[in-house]
Ligand binder design. Structure first.
Ligand code: DGP
Length: 114
């Protein structure tokens, strides 16, 4: 989508520090990290949020979650643990309307979720 920041990252119009890429997904470092490791995992196809991803007839949502788990292991987060978040819509404080999953770890995170 023309005015989507994450589509521009996929296209290379906006630079990012890529952690992983394949034909369906891209993972890159968050520009405003909330933990020592903060990776954003996105589908290459544009969709607004988890609702749109779940409504698809393919296995993309499960694929992305599997990728998040694999990246957690690859990043050395599996032993101590990590957090996986997707913000959705206004009350979820979603700021970029291209579905994304946050992977956070590398330190003790606080117990608050909201
Ligand atoms: P959310 O609030 O869940 O919509 O998270 C959007 C995240 O995207 C936020 O943590 C900051 C990150 N972000 C926004 N713009 C850019 C960018 O241009 N580059 C990178 N690497 N991350 C970005």
């Amino acid at each position: 989508m023309d005015d989507c920041i994450f589509c521009k990252i996929i296209d290379g119009q906006i630079p990012s520090t890529k952690v992983y890429e394949d034909d369906r997904a891209l993972a890159f470092l968050d520009i405003n990290p909330q933990a020592p490791t903060h990776i954003v995992v996105i589908p290459k196809a544009h969709m607004r949020n988890i609702l749109e991803c779940a409504a698809r007839e393919d296995d993309l949502l499960g694929y992305l979650m599997g990728l998040v788990a694999q990246l957690a292991k690859d990043q050395g987060l599996a032993d101590k643990g990590f957090r996986v978040i997707t913000n959705c819509g206004e009350h979820g404080a979603q700021s970029v309307e291209h579905f994304h999953i946050h992977l956070l770890g590398g330190a003790q995170l606080n117990g608050k979720m909201g």
